[in-house]
Design a protein around this ligand. Sequence first.
Ligand code: DGI
Ligand code: FE
Ligand code: FE
Ligand code: FE
Length: 187
Amino acid sequence: MDKISRIKDKMRELLTLKRYNHTLGVEKVAIELAHHYGADINKVRKGALLHDCSKQFTLTRMHELCDCDETIKTYGHLGELLHGFAGSVYAREEFGITDEDILNSIRYHTIGRRGMSIVEKIIYVADAIEPSRTHEEVQTIRRLAYENIDEAIIHEVDRKMEFLIKKEAIIHPNTVDMRNWLLHNRK
Ligand code: DGI
Ligand code: FE
Ligand code: FE
Ligand code: FE
């Protein structure tokens, strides 16, 4: 069995059916975007399939796994913020992923970062626009994804930040820093 099939089998075990279907949706969109932008299909597929691999773990397990950053340590155990960090460690340990670009695409898929690679951008956007996402803005972000991926990320991060502000949630500095970086380099 090839590596991709093995990852898929394991994801089916690790995730709920809904989350597994989301993962396959992210894989599909990520492959399309990789073709569109000439990115490495193999890297993008692995990043897509593994991006939420730790999502069903308990907070304690996530925290044990993750080599999380200072912000997450400071503000405590936010599962939404931890699962990318924990997931990248799990992907290395359980699936032998050593490629830093794939690992970063998992690590930063929720919060992004300044200087993201095309593989990281594709996973970030594919996560937001895969077929089962139905929020109001998704059509616009889908269109932008193929026109200018940076604009798609700006649109998505604006939506995310509005949502986080309404919830009075802690905003990770990467979320803001990635947005500033994209705005600063806007063409
Ligand atoms: O894991 P998924 O549901 O597929 O998607 P995701 O990894 O993008 O997670 C989305 C969630 O993460 C959503 O509920 C908002 C939350 N999130 C993203 N950025 C931040 C954040 N939560 C906090 N508190 N702060 C952030 O900066
Ligand atoms: Fe996620
Ligand atoms: Fe931690
Ligand atoms: Fe996801």
